[in-house]
Ligand binder design. Structure first.
Ligand SMILES: *[C@@H]1O[C@H](CO)[C@@H](O)[C@H](O)[C@H]1NC(C)=O
Ligand SMILES: *[C@@H]1O[C@H](CO)[C@@H](O)[C@H](O)[C@H]1NC(C)=O
Length: 398
């Protein structure tokens, strides 16, 4: 009998400021879609939006790097945006699980209690701590790790390199360029908030993945989009070759197998061989960092698990999601023929001339060679700065 007045009071106190943006706002530059598809802006002028995820009511939660988490809600004639968490430390990853939102900073995954009705965060505490937060690439993508009964048992968490080409990443104990499974304690701990789980733990899942930027489950494992190194300062690989190599990669990590190396820092994938003898597109080649880790070393799967698909060099894939039409929440999704395919967002690179990427590609599954196509492609070179904004309008209805 007390709940009604309490709810009323709660929503009165929490009447926060929403900003409305009408639909039909143009893109900042021309956007190309294939015949039969169209793209529109959901909300513009966000602060470096990264991970996005829908909640159970269809609210779209957005990590705005350097700002916090905002929620976008569709209303008559457009969308409303509210900032629901102020935290300038968020970098990239977000997972929504029922009434919980998890988001990552350079060092921590923070769990928030989320009320989708009032669009309010009611509590927050660190869930995973001790992630390596120094170095050049401090995004930590992650997913919840579930058992066969769909119970959350922990987290799968990625970590990037200390530097562009990080020799310390050869040793899995470095905690760099790898994916780990962090397990929740078997026994529920009767304190609140529960103590956080500490990185790195002892459960290595994969290593030698330079910058694992996006994860998605399928086929009993994890598909991971990997951002390859820039090699323009590596002797022997400058100029045109560095402009078009190495390929960015899609990796497959078998979660039931022993952790494998995916080659970083020594081994990379050819995108454009430029007629170099002995090199073809898709070949594994070495970066001459260590005489014993030559091309023959890189071609051995025991040393270097090769990618399952290659993306054009400097595409900078940020995320991957599989399209499951049975999960479309009543929203009109993509064509039925795309069911089961992967969609990968590209940041696009500042260090390629002309720039590439910036858009969303469809990767048909089952995989068939290096086949993928843009379903939304942004301006190639419209003077956007390094921190190009990938609008949630690039979301792909998944
Ligand atoms: C976004 O920001 C630009 C630059 O400040 C401004 O011109 C534009 O009107 C804004 N767009 C919206 C929809 O608010
Ligand atoms: C975020 O910060 C702004 C500016 O200080 C404040 O107005 C707003 O209430 C804060 N929002 C939340 C959810 O804490």
């Amino acid at each position: 009998m007390f709940s009604a007045p309490l709810v009323f009071l709660f929503s009165a106190v929490c009447a926060h400021a929403a900003t409305f943006q009408p639909s039909g706002i143009p893109f900042k530059g021309p956007v190309v879609t294939p015949a039969g598809l169209s793209a529109s802006v959901v909300f513009s002028n966000l602060t470096t939006p990264r991970g996005i995820a829908f909640d159970e009511l269809g609210n779209l939660l957005v990590v705005e790097r350097g700002l916090g988490i905002s929620v976008l809600t569709e209303v008559q004639g457009g969308w409303e945006r509210e900032i629901v968490v102020n935290n300038t430390d968020f970098t990239h990853g977000i997972v929504v699980d029922g009434r919980r939102i998890f988001a990552s900073t350079a060092t921590t995954i923070i769990e928030h209690f989320w009320d989708p009705e009032t669009r309010t965060v009611t509590d927050a505490f660190p869930a995973v701590t001790g992630l390596p937060g120094d170095g050049e690439l401090t995004t930590h993508t992650f997913l919840l790790d579930r058992d066969k009964d769909n119970i959350v048992r922990g987290y799968l968490v990625g970590s990037g390199p200390l530097t562009n080409i990080d020799l310390t990443a050869r040793d899995p104990a470095s905690g760099r360029s790898q994916i780990r499974r962090l397990k929740l304690p078997e026994v529920q701990i009767a304190v609140f908030p529960p103590p956080p789980i500490g990185w790195p733990g002892d459960d290595l899942v994969a290593f030698g993945i330079r910058n694992p930027a996006g994860f998605a489950f399928r086929d009993g494992g994890l598909y991971v989009v990997e951002n390859a190194a820039s090699i323009d300062a590596v002797p022997g690989f400058e100029g045109d070759f560095a402009n078009d190599n190495p390929a960015d990669e899609l990796e497959f990590v078998d979660l039931s197998a022993k952790a494998k190396s995916y080659g970083f820092p020594d081994c990379s994938t050819v995108w454009n061989p430029f007629g170099r003898p002995g090199l073809s597109k898709g070949d594994q080649f070495n970066l001459n960092l260590d005489g014993t880790r030559d091309d023959a070393f890189c071609k051995q799967v025991a040393n270097n698990e090769p990618p399952v698909l290659n993306f054009q060099a400097h595409s900078v894939p940020l995320d991957i999601k599989f399209y499951d039409r049975s999960q479309k929440n009543g929203r009109v999704g993509l064509p039925a023929r795309f069911d089961g395919d992967a969609f990968v967002s590209f940041h696009g690179s500042f260090n390629r001339v002309p720039p590439t990427g910036y858009g969303v590609v469809r990767v048909p599954f089952p995989l068939n060679g290096d086949s993928y196509e843009f379903i939304v492609q942004g301006p190639e070179s419209c003077g956007l700065p390094r921190s190009r904004k990938v609008h949630p309008s690039r979301r792909i209805g998944l």
